[in-house]
Design a protein around this ligand. Structure first.
Ligand SMILES: *[C@@H]1O[C@H](CO)[C@@H](O)[C@H](O)[C@H]1NC(C)=O
Ligand SMILES: *[C@@H]1O[C@H](CO)[C@@H](O)[C@H](O)[C@H]1NC(C)=O
Ligand SMILES: *[C@@H]1O[C@H](CO)[C@@H](O)[C@H](O)[C@H]1NC(C)=O
Ligand SMILES: *[C@@H]1O[C@H](CO)[C@@H](O)[C@H](O)[C@H]1NC(C)=O
Ligand SMILES: *[C@@H]1O[C@H](CO)[C@@H](O)[C@H](O)[C@H]1NC(C)=O
Ligand SMILES: *[C@@H]1O[C@H](CO)[C@@H](O)[C@H](O)[C@H]1NC(C)=O
Ligand SMILES: CC(=O)N[C@H]1CO[C@H](CO)[C@@H](O)[C@@H]1O
Length: 313
């Protein structure tokens, strides 16, 4: 009885309060989002498809702009997806003000420059895809604090032949990304050691770090905390030491590519326990083992065909 009365009195008050709060929050920050997007537009130097000039105009709300979508209730920008649009430009720090952004996909454009550290403010981001651009410079530490991040793709960004423009090392802080499912950074210009705590992110399904400048060894407990790992691509680096037999604990592994490194020793028998494995490439190392010939017969092209869900280029 008391509950009913309380509910009757408090529910409308609560609703009112929520409504006011929503108003107070959405109004000024809608403008913030608009400023951020206009700044982004101002940083586009070439737009051959005329997306920005014809569509990103004050004639309509930013929520109707191509590539932009907003939350249904709060009308804040949640998506900025403009892949494959032939856009040239850089990423302004002000994008870090899109505080409700969940998805940022600018893959396959000509963005250059670096990833501003202000992106570290985008605490709701779940997806970053900046692959196939011309970004360089180190990835600011703040990026590794985006705790909701599930997909991080920065592959194919290194300007070919410009070694000084490496993206940088993968920092220890990557271990903070407890929700990360896909770390896709092949040919991204990473160098240095692979921080061992990456192998402690149990949500990981894909680790794609092929064609970088990574060295060091793989930890003995490589697969102790990776029950969901489906793809491990570390080929074309300078990794050495032996392949840990704990690899057999990555029970869901479908694609394993460690080729073209400096691995030595025997191919662990536990690989035979990986029943889901479709493709494997261990060639171009100094490995021994009776199974090596059989394992080497399956190489990239086939791997790509079979693993249609992974884009490697
Ligand atoms: C931009 O494109 C969207 C989707 O095609 C459309 O709904 C909107 O009206 C366009 N805005 C302008 C100003 O052309
Ligand atoms: C993008 O630009 C390239 C080179 O200028 C051109 O070949 C290609 O057709 C363009 N793509 C689109 C979708 O316009
Ligand atoms: C947005 O971000 C920039 C740079 O990070 C900052 O200077 C500015 O004050 C922020 N706020 C608004 C409302 O644009
Ligand atoms: C980004 O967009 C491209 C082109 O539509 C798409 O192929 C890619 O899967 C998207 N990235 C993610 C992480 O969903
Ligand atoms: C990984 O997690 C285990 C168990 O939680 C812990 O003992 C180990 O030190 C961690 N390793 C790294 C490199 O963080
Ligand atoms: C393969 O898996 C079985 C069952 O889990 C285990 O007993 C065996 O030791 C494993 N073999 C290797 C080589 O790891
Ligand atoms: C009321 C409110 O949510 N204000 C925020 C608007 O956006 C800026 C920049 O992201 C925040 O700093 C404010 O806190």
């Amino acid at each position: 009885m008391d509950n009913t009365i309380m509910g009757f009195i408090f529910l409308p008050m609560l609703l009112m309060e929520c409504f006011m709060a929503a108003l107070a929050m959405s109004e000024p920050n809608f403008t913030t989002d608009q400023f951020a997007l206009l700044e982004f537009k101002a940083h586009i130097t070439s737009d051959p498809l005329n997306i920005m000039s014809s569509n990103w105009t004050s004639a309509t709300s930013i929520c109707n702009w191509v590539g932009v979508s907003c939350g249904a209730l709060h009308r804040r920008v949640t998506t900025l997806d403009l892949p494959n649009m032939n856009l040239t430009g850089s990423l302004p720090p002000k994008l870090g003000n899109l505080s409700f952004l969940v998805s940022l996909n600018l893959s396959r454009n000509n963005f250059h420059g670096h990833l501003p550290s202000e992106f570290g403010k985008l605490q709701r981001l779940r997806l970053i895809d900046l692959s196939h651009n011309f970004l360089y410079g180190s990835i600011a530490d703040d990026i590794w604090l985006l705790s909701k991040l599930e997909i991080f793709r920065v592959g194919s960004n290194q300007l070919t032949g410009t070694i000084s423009r490496n993206i940088g090392e993968i920092p220890q802080e990557i271990g903070n990304l407890h929700n990360l499912e896909r770390f896709v950074a092949g040919n991204a210009g990473f160098f240095g050691f692979i921080p061992p705590n990456i192998f402690n992110i149990s949500s990981l399904r894909w680790i794609c770090l092929y064609t970088n400048n990574l060295f060091g060894t793989l930890p003995i407990d490589l697969c102790y905390h990776l029950p969901n790992l489906e793809v491990l691509y570390l080929d074309e680096n300078q990794l050495q030491g032996s392949i840990p037999s704990s690899i057999g604990k990555c029970k869901k592994l479908k694609g394993l590519s460690l080729g073209n490194n400096r691995f030595t020793g025997y191919i662990p028998r536990s690989i035979g326990n990986l029943t889901e494995l479709i493709e494997i490439y261990l060639g171009d190392n100094n490995l021994e083992g009776e199974s090596i010939t059989r394992l080497n017969s399956l190489k990239y092209r086939k791997m790509q065909e079979a693993l249609g869900f992974v884009s490697r280029e």
